[in-house]
Design a protein around this ligand. Structure first.
Ligand SMILES: [Zn+2]
Length: 421
């Protein structure tokens, strides 16, 4: 059977993964189980009485054949991304800087002529392409962000990406010299259709540039909180090489970048088109050395995850015994995994604070009765401790919150639970 996803009975529109989503192998090893997690976007309004709410198993699997790490359940996208789900652009400073650097970096591999076409898949508000406007650009984006991009002068084809959109863009604008796709491989269910559609847009000497959250960073710096059901797959370079190789692409350059707590930028082209940079072998070797090609690194990862849970709870217990008031800072998707995996409730965190204007203010954290409130509470109520749920940007957040007038201490939960006074 060709399809890599097989329906299992009793899971509604969700699909149990019995075959690897990249190579179709059934040789899948269990890495870690984070329990049943509620969908991160299902936040109930404060004051409402809790009623039934779905939760899905977060079981991480590793394919022994192609090395892809993936969740054991593909949750029905209609549940994860309901029509009323507010769309946020997520173009933070670090992302904008990254996309500006991507342009410079890309010119080292393929020098573009003014008439060359650059296509961005999942182009959002056009931030990435705004760096390529000395050439012809075309975004592909299904959400209203595409209209916003167009109004800012970034031409955008408004559609979900797939073979139809790819054919339409190529038909109208010709083949692309560069196709970019950042944070696309983890989320979309049929990854082979995405890659083959991308290849169909590339000209013979074209380059495909992808950026994905990087498995080595995830394991090394214990980012288990980035495991949630919107993220179906977690890529090593070995897994990406396998996936792109299945579609006739060769990886010619790799760069580790800081976005999302550690990502990998991968350049691929038809074999022999470009010299293969040393970064490719170096990165593959680093993965081998770390142990990503066997079980040991993942057995150790599981132990570290368990240990982290006990450490964080022990730290919180010490503070609660002294009667300290603690709030959480930030309610991104990863915060939901951390709070639910640790079973943190409203007896431990008085509230989770979000920036003014966030649609999350006025709701409860998923799966809990912890209220999400406006960040100004931090400065008016001055709780004793602020636990950073976006801990991967702790170095940026701590001085910022201090400068705004917060006088309490900080709890950084990961990779090692610690207090910063
Ligand atoms: Zn596989």
């Amino acid at each position: 059977m060709k399809s890599s996803l097989k329906l299992a009975a009793g899971t509604g529109g969700s699909v149990v993964v019995t075959h690897c989503q990249v190579c179709d192998s059934t040789d899948l090893e269990r890495i870690v189980f984070l329990g049943f997690l509620p969908p991160v976007n299902q936040m109930r309004t404060q004051g409402t009485t809790p009623h039934e709410q779905p939760a899905y198993p977060a079981l991480l699997l590793r394919c022994r054949k192609c090395q892809l790490v993936q969740l054991g359940l593909v949750v029905d996208p209609a549940i994860l991304f309901p029509p009323e789900y507010p769309y946020s652009s997520g173009t933070t400073k670090i992302l904008r800087e990254n996309f500006a650097e991507l342009y410079v970096d890309s010119q080292r591999v393929k020098k573009l002529a003014p008439t060359d076409l650059v296509v961005d898949v999942g182009s959002n508000d056009g931030t990435l392409l705004s760096n390529f406007t000395a050439h012809r650009v075309m975004g592909i984006e299904p959400s209203d962000m595409g209209k916003l991009a167009a109004s800012r002068g970034i031409p955008t084809h408004i559609a979900y990406f797939g073979p139809v959109a790819a054919a339409a863009v190529r038909g109208e604008h010709g083949p692309a010299a560069i196709v970019t796709a950042t944070n696309v491989f983890a989320h979309i269910e049929n990854v082979h259709e995405i890659v083959s559609s991308i290849v169909s847009m590339l000209d013979e000497k074209g380059v495909f540039i992808s950026e994905s959250h990087y498995l080595l960073d995830l394991v090394e710096t214990l980012q288990y909180d980035t495991i949630y059901h919107e993220h179906l797959r977690y890529y090593s370079l070995h897994a990406l090489r396998y996936l792109l190789g299945m579609h006739g692409l060769e990886i010619v350059r790799v760069k580790r970048i800081p976005t999302h707590g550690g990502s990998i930028r991968v350049y691929a082209a038809r074999p022999g088109t470009f010299p293969v940079d040393a970064s490719v072998q170096e990165t593959l070797e680093a993965e081998r050395k770390f142990g990503l090609l066997g079980s040991d690194a993942f057995v150790a990862f599981k132990k570290r995850v368990t240990n982290s849970k006990l450490e964080i709870m022990s730290l919180l217990k010490g503070l609660k015994e002294k009667g300290k008031r603690i709030v959480g800072i930030g309610a991104p998707s990863r915060a939901s995994t951390l709070v639910n995996f640790l079973a943190i409730d409203d007896g431990i965190l008085d509230a989770v604070l979000e920036v003014p204007g966030s649609y999350k203010v006025g709701k409860y954290m998923p799966g809990t009765l912890i209220p999400v409130v406006d960040e100004s509470m931090l400065f008016s109520a001055q709780p004793d401790y602020a636990m950073l749920l976006s801990w991967h940007i702790a170095d940026e957040l701590i001085p910022k919150l201090k400068a705004k007038g917060y006088k309490g201490g900080f709890i950084v939960p990961l990779p090692t639970a610690r207090i910063v006074e």
